[in-house]
Each structure stands twice: as structure tokens, then as C-alpha cells.
Design a protein around this ligand. Structure first.
Ligand code: FES
Length: 246
């Protein structure tokens, strides 16, 4: 091998080695990691079924009788066991019935986008559901803390505004989780519900947006979420959920 060939070989090998670290992230981004979902599904999905691997599982969240007290908030996990969400009954929160709002994500993401409007379910058409994870940097929202002042973290019953304790984002729930203050870049994702009025059962059947960001490559289901450094995990608060703030 002459000197020129040796230099060429060095360049080729050096170039190949320099792109090796990029190969896995690129494959992850292209979706190859989904192949491991079947083995992980029983651990992470609240409903382990074929449907759940193809999209969102249909999952019984609660029965209306579970919301019979005065607390307007009921927590559950969906679609993964470490993704906290909450039901909010507006007829108890701020006396609103027949609630409906425009889907702020209509046409924006690849996941189920067949609905332009999201409507409340239940006997008063007043029960909706949202993710309990702030879309700014992923802090868990204190939806169970009912406060009397918009400046206090928690959920203000009269305005239906939910405050994030980390950097002050404010989401107006009865307008579909629209951001009305703070750094959150987009509305709070809503969970799509179905209601069986013969049994009173409430089902989660999908969401209107990815909880954190569709652009974040997910190596495994739990990396679906990014954590604020102060939080090393999420939990689903126990029900009944309400804490009076003020
Ligand atoms: S994480 Fe909620 S405002 Fe920053």
C-alpha cells in the first residue's frame, strides 16, 4: 500500500467512525424503536391489547358514581401507566353544562384528528379530561389543588384556569386547555372520552395531541416524557383528589 492509498484508507475509516454515534439516534427517530413495544406493552400500557399497540387503547377510566362527591377532579393514568391525566367535571367546577370547545390541535398531528370539536360527556355533558403534565418542561400540574386566587398554583374553580408551579404557565380548561399565560408553547393535551349512559362508565379512547412533543425521539415508552430536574417521576394522585388551597 502506497502512501496515498494509506491516507485514503485513513480518511474513509475516520469518516465512518465519526458517524457511528449518529446511527442509533437516526434509526430511533425513524421509528425502529416501536419494535420493542409488544414486549413492553404489558408493563407500560394501562390496557394491554393489540389496539393499544396500533394507536390508543380504549380504557375504562371511572364510573360517574366515582365522581359523586363535591370534588370536580378525578385522576387516572393514560395511555401509559406513568402518564397522569385527570377528569374534570365542569358542572361541579364552575357550574358549566353542555361543555364543548374547538379542538386546538385539529389537523396538526398525525394521530387521530377526525374531530374538530371536543364535547363533555356524562349526564350533564360536562366531564372532560386533560393530561396532567405541563407542555413547557414537563412538570406535573397540581390539578387537585383548588385555589381561590389565580396567582396561587393550582386550579381556580371560577375561571377554570390551571397554573403550573414551575414557571407559571396557565391553561384555561373550559376553552380546551388554551395557554393564557406563561411559557407553555401550546395547549394542554386533552384526552378523548366516550360515555356509556346505560352503565355510567367513562372511557378514554385517545388524545388530541402527543403529551410532550412529537419531535422528541422515544427510545422506550417512558422516554415519552421529559422530566423537570426537580422531578424524577410522575405519580397518579389518589382519588378523591381535591385539596382546598387559597
Ligand atoms: S414546566 Fe410548566 S411552566 Fe415550565
Amino acid at each position: 500500500m502506497n502512501r496515498r492509498d494509506f491516507l485514503r484508507l485513513t480518511l474513509v475509516v475516520g469518516g465512518a467512525l465519526s458517524i457511528v454515534p449518529l446511527v442509533k439516534p437516526v434509526f430511533d427517530y425513524m421509528g425502529f424503536y416501536y419494535e420493542e413495544l409488544p414486549s413492553l406493552s404489558s408493563k407500560y400500557y394501562v390496557a394491554s391489547n393489540k389496539q393499544g399497540l396500533e394507536g390508543f387503547p380504549k380504557f375504562k377510566v371511572a364510573n360517574v358514581s366515582d365522581l359523586s362527591g363535591s370534588c370536580p377532579v378525578y385522576f387516572f393514568a393514560y395511555p401509559l401507566t406513568n402518564e397522569p391525566c385527570f377528569l374534570v367535571d365542569f358542572s361541579k367546577l364552575n357550574n358549566e353544562k353542555d361543555v364543548s370547545f374547538d379542538n386546538p390541535y385539529y389537523g396538526k398531528f398525525r394521530i387521530n384528528q377526525s374531530f374538530k370539536e371536543i364535547s363533555g360527556v356524562g349526564p350533564n355533558n360536562s366531564i372532560c379530561a386533560f393530561s396532567d403534565v405541563c407542555v413547557h418542561l414537563g412538570c406535573q400540574l397540581p390539578a387537585q389543588v383548588l385555589t381561590s386566587s389565580p396567582s396561587n398554583p393550582g386550579l381556580n374553580p371560577s375561571t377554570s384556569i390551571l397554573h403550573c408551579p414551575c414557571h407559571g404557565s396557565m391553561y384555561k380548561l373550559d376553552e380546551g386547555g388554551l395557554v393564557v399565560g406563561g411559557p407553555a408553547p401550546r395547549p394542554l393535551p386533552a384526552v378523548i372520552l366516550e360515555y356509556d349512559d346505560s352503565t355510567g362508565d367513562i372511557y378514554a379512547v385517545g388524545t388530541n395531541a402527543p403529551y410532550f412533543s412529537e419531535a422528541v425521539p422515544r427510545i422506550n415508552p417512558s422516554s415519552n416524557l421529559l422530566y423537570d430536574p426537580r422531578y424524577n417521576g410522575y405519580s397518579v394522585p389518589s382519588n378523591p383528589a381535591c385539596i382546598k388551597g387559597g
